[in-house]
Design a protein around this ligand. Sequence first.
Ligand code: NDP
Length: 247
Amino acid sequence: MENRKTALITGGSRGIGRAICLELAKEGMDIVFSYQKGAGEAEETALLCREYGVRVLPLQADVAKPEDCSILVQKALEFSENQIDVLVNNAGITRDNLLLRMSDDQFQQVIDTNLTGTFYMMREVSKTMLKKRKGRIINISSVVGIKGNPGQVNYAASKAGVIGMTKSLARELAARKITVNAIAPGMIETDMTKALPQNAREEIINSIPMKIMGQPQDIAKAVAFLAGEGGQYITGQVLSVDGGLAI
Ligand code: NDP
């Protein structure tokens, strides 16, 4: 186990999370990832990762529940012999609506999953990283957390909150050689963006300086960079991976 690294990724069953699991597996890391409902898709992610010859553990856990996060981290520690090198907080949801129509539930569910879930996971994993005096934490925020977006006050609040937490924790942990960074994806082709009506999609693509949507792998490669050797002196940063959307 000495030289092996383990990455813990939330929401690895689909989309960006799956691409992150695969990219880190390709780098030779053992992978523990969580999912919420998609057991079949999680199994598919695990199979694809194992093709790189690494060990993989998929676990069902709702990041909005502190007890689930605690069990998830405990199982990841048992699996990795107390060695979580990389934490990627990727699990996220949207519940879009204009402010006047947004229910308390729509607001709260998004905050609970995207923001509070990231807080629970960082608190659990920091304990073990502090003991080891090393680690990389990478939080998936969004261009919406930087610029805002109509119909997404809940989502924007959660993703802007993730940026604030990232910078604060980076300051707390820097002296212990633990880096904390955020990635702010733009429009990426996943289930989350599939639901957009064609005209809204075209309008958004037109507003992207590079005029194309991103792929999950674009985010995964940025995660691998921050998790790898190149990221060792980078902390408290927000890396936009968005074809220029946030300019
Ligand atoms: P998807 O909807 O494709 O996948 C979401 C993933 O998160 C799934 O694996 C899902 O698990 C998991 N998940 C959702 N809720 C929970 C929960 N409560 N507990 C544990 N896991 C959960 O999303 P994307 O891949 O598009 O997005 C990934 C991240 O990137 C999110 O944080 C999103 O906000 C962010 N992002 C995405 C952008 C995009 O354009 N796609 C742009 C900017 C940011 P299951 O399959 O079991 O439901």
